[in-house]
Design a protein around this ligand. Structure first.
Ligand SMILES: Nc1nc2c(ncn2[C@@H]2O[C@H](COP(=O)(O)OP(=O)(O)O)[C@@H](O)[C@H]2O)c(=O)[nH]1
Ligand SMILES: [Mg+2]
Length: 261
């Protein structure tokens, strides 16, 4: 079994070393404990946006494959990483030490045993207060509520509690579902887009509560600017889904959904 772990970074000198160290520990410990009979290969891809603070050098020294992606954006970095990943499973996390790498083997085990396609880490259920600023917490609440209200009709069959944390950046999923997902966003909205695409296509999705820690180094996203961008994108996506549903029912055939890596 092969696992591709993708980490986007932009000037994460303070956190990338720690993040990669925790991954090495997981490769040695949890992975063997949970899959004792299997050979597990890890591919760690750091998709770096042209950091000037030594992030790339630290990541290389710690054994990651560093890919420089100078086109800006969190979503752009992931789309580039997805196109390069070769694993059966893809896992994602920030390079700032906030997400628990030790949960990745558990998430993969759950994916396999319960025949799921995608698990998203839910940061909010177990979160310690200091792990997120008040602005970030309000923004999350607003975006989660907006998604629930806007997509209520569309996601009728999906249980109400399924998207507790629409902004989480820790996902573990089968690479085989990627060609079906239409991922278009270069910025933060990719985090909502990937989850919505998974749900809209009827793939089996679940959230798993994870421990989310305080960040190392400076945040790269602005709560208000990026939060508003995410909200605007949610409204646009909702309109697009309505138009596609209308066209589909008029023509009697499914609308084509080309994938752009
Ligand atoms: N390659 C790349 N990585 C980025 C970019 N913007 C943010 N990141 C990385 O994406 C991850 C998420 O950003 P972060 O500031 O932690 O967002 P937050 O967790 O929502 O506060 C971090 O590892 C950042 O270094 C970018 O433009 N390019
Ligand atoms: Mg972060």
């Amino acid at each position: 079994m092969r696992i591709s772990l993708i980490i986007p970074t932009l000037n994460e000198r303070d956190g990338i070393g720690y993040t990669l160290d925790t991954i090495h520990e997981v490769q040695e410990k949890e992975t063997h404990e949970l899959f004792p009979k299997e050979t597990i290969e890890w591919e760690v891809l750091v998709i770096d946006g042209g950091s000037k603070d030594g992030t790339q050098e630290i990541a290389k020294e710690k054994g990651a494959k560093v890919v420089e992606e100078l086109r800006r954006g969190y979503g752009r970095a992931y789309r580039t990483g997805f196109a390069l990943a070769t694993g059966d499973f893809i896992a994602t996390m920030d390079g700032d030490g906030t997400y628990p790498a030790s949960e990745i083997p558990w998430m993969i085990k759950r994916l396999i045993h319960t025949k799921l396609d995608f698990i998203s880490g839910d940061r909010l259920t177990l979160m310690e207060k200091k792990a997120m600023t008040t602005e970030h917490r309000i923004g999350n609440w607003l975006l989660n509520s907006s998604m629930r209200v806007l997509f209520h009709q569309v996601l009728k069959g999906v249980p109400a509690k399924v998207l507790t944390d629409s902004q989480s950046g820790m996902w573990v999923f089968r690479r085989s579902i990627l060609p079906s997902l239409r991922l278009t966003q270069d910025g933060m909205p990719l985090s909502e887009e990937i989850k919505l695409e998974v749900l809209l296509h009827g793939f089996k999705f679940e959230e798993m509560p994870i421990h989310y820690a305080e960040r190392w180094g400076q945040p790269k996203l602005s709560s208000w600017h990026d939060g508003l961008g995410n909200l605007r994108w949610l409204v646009e996506k909702r309109i697009q889904v309505s138009q596609e549903t209308r066209n589909t029912s008029k023509l009697g055939v499914p609308a084509t959904r080309p994938h752009s890596p």
